[in-house]
Design a protein around this ligand. Structure first.
Ligand SMILES: Nc1ncnc2c1ncn2[C@@H]1O[C@H](COP(=O)(O)OP(=O)(O)OP(=O)(O)O)[C@@H](O)[C@H]1O
Ligand SMILES: [Mg+2]
Length: 504
């Protein structure tokens, strides 16, 4: 199929002082999987919001199915067959799975009364279409990020869509779920649907894309056939620099302090008999499928859950971590998995989000918070983490996704932890910034003698940055490896394959 479905011609968009899009171009053919890539804040989500009618562009032209528009309205875009799965997913946490998937569809079909039987039937068939089984009556707020993502996808395929736009749909999915999603995407492509896919995971982009477009600083840099370009060229188009990373090789020395030791830790319905130790200067990786108990383990170490059995030692001393406040006092910091619901106060400014974990430190003798110091501390993090923003006083939601993630990271680093627990530290972060964050974390471990626990299912991230790796499966640690002993294929197989070797 060679017919053009969507043509973006010289679209521009400005937010106050920020030129988010500067005469960008993009052409999507029918039945094509088109990947849009580029660094955090380069304008990808802004363009998506323009295509879906959420924003009005300042100039340029949108040609859809042969018709020209200066801008689209939201309803018009839906009528034309454009569906978007946004980065923040926009599911309703207080509604059930079935309601989230099929309610709008009922209204879209101009039904005056909601037929609940019909809602369940529609939702079931949408989930069936993408091969997912979820409890229809479960409240969505209780589900994992991955399940919320799948619900948003199921919802989008209900409409007679010609173009489905997915803004970082795989950021919270494990490999198995990504495979499932890719199968669905190929199925939609075979049905003639075009897909505009935004992702920072380059291996995925290469796997799925027919075509791709690279944005940098609000400009379209190149559009090319995915087969005609190498990984290195691709990274260069995105970042304007060459990035090479060598594996992190901190060896555990006998003379280094054990900063975190866990012995026989158990959490009912979470994990069982977990034991490990991290020395100063080490980055220990924990990787496993979603639901393996990795997040429960992190939250227990940070005092959000109370362990049913086992011991935790910090700096050689046995401690009880009964709350996040206590964890902070013990110099433990936790960068959570889902920045939108756990990591940020979405109604607050960037600055307030950055200082919140340090309010106590910022209090002067008079108990008044020293916001001036908070401001200069925040500014320092913006500089050292390369956070792209207009002003610290802007709302946190004006930042692009990856830059929000950096704010969460900066906020916890400011607490000067000794034990830093990271859960998916670079989800949604672009390749250049990811490289910089990794570099920064390695430096923290090496130079500041910090102990870092990195929970991640990004195979390359774990292999490159963790000198030791634990595999967690169904709440048990099933193996421990040095990163030098593993290839990405082997690690992948260990995570998803077979039964665990021995129960702890
Ligand atoms: N509503 C808004 N108000 C002010 N500035 C905004 C707004 N939306 C986006 N921006 C700015 O426009 C630029 C482009 O943001 P956009 O969200 O499109 O980036 P992105 O390419 O999707 O990044 P990411 O990969 O991090 O998601 C950024 O500098 C961002 O801060
Ligand atoms: Mg975005």
């Amino acid at each position: 199929m060679n017919e053009i479905l969507l043509q973006i011609k010289d679209i521009s968009k400005r937010f106050g002082g920020v030129k988010a899009l500067d005469e960008v171009r993009l052409v999507i053919k029918k039945g094509e999987i088109h990947c849009l890539v580029g660094e955090n804040g380069c304008g990808k989500s802004t363009l998506i919001k323009i295509i879906s009618g959420f924003y009005k562009p300042d100039g340029g032209e949108i040609i859809f199915d042969g018709k020209s528009y200066s801008h689209l309205e939201i309803n018009q875009a839906i009528q034309l067959g454009i569906q978007v799965i946004y980065q923040d997913m926009s599911v309703f946490p207080n509604l059930t799975v079935a309601e989230n998937i099929a309610m709008n569809y009922e209204l879209y079909n101009k039904k005056k009364l909601v037929n609940w039987k019909e809602v369940r039937k529609t939702a079931k068939s949408a989930l069936g279409h993408i091969g997912i089984d979820l409890p229809l009556d479960e409240q969505v707020g209780k589900l994992s990020v991955a399940d919320k993502q799948l619900i948003a996808i199921a919802r989008s395929i209900l409409y007679n869509s010609k173009l489905i736009i997915m803004d970082e749909p795989t950021s919270a999915l494990t490999r198995k779920e990504v495979d499932k999603l890719f199968k669905v995407i190929h199925q939609l492509k075979d049905e003639g649907v075009s897909i505009l896919f935004v992702s920072h995971k380059l291996d995925e982009v290469f796997e799925i894309a027919d075509q791709f477009t690279v944005f940098r600083n609000g400009k379209s840099i190149v559009q090319a056939d995915a087969k005609e370009i190498t990984d290195d060229q691709f990274v260069y188009f995105m970042t304007g620099r060459k990035l090479e990373q060598k594996p992190f090789l901190a060896e555990t020395r006998d003379d280094t302090k054990s900063l975190l030791k866990v012995e026989g830790l158990c959490l009912k319905n979470g994990f069982e008999n977990i034991s490990f130790e991290i020395h100063a200067g080490e980055i220990l990786g924990i990787t496993g499928l979603l639901g393996s108990g990795r997040t429960e383990l992190a939250k227990t170490l940070f005092g959000m859950y109370k362990a049913d059995a086992g011991k935790i030692y910090i700096d050689g001393k046995e401690v009880k971590v009964n709350s996040p406040m206590e964890a902070l006092k013990l110099k433990i910091a936790y960068v959570p998995e889902d920045r939108l619901t756990e990591g940020l106060f979405l109604t607050q400014t960037i600055e307030k989000n950055m200082v919140i974990a340090n309010i106590d430190k910022l209090r002067k003798k008079s108990r008044v918070v020293d916001y001036k110091r908070g401001y200069s501390d925040s500014k320092e993090w913006v500089r050292s983490l390369g956070i792209k923003l207009h002003e610290l006083k802007d709302g946190i939601t004006t930042l692009s996704g990856g830059n929000q993630q950096k704010v969460v990271l900066g906020k916890w680093l400011e607490t000067a932890p000794k034990v830093l627990i990271l859960n998916g530290p670079t989800v949604g972060v672009d390749i250049g910034a990811k490289y910089d964050i990794h570099d920064y974390l390695r430096g923290l471990a090496e130079k500041n003698d910090m102990a870092i626990l990195m929970i991640s299912d990004d195979i390359n991230e774990v292999l490159m940055n963790c000198n030791r790796i634990l595999i967690i499966k169904s709440g048990h640690i099933t193996g421990e490896y040095k990163n030098t002993e593993l290839s990405s294929e082997k690690l992948q197989a260990l995570i998803s394959g077979g039964e665990h070797e021995e129960a702890c």
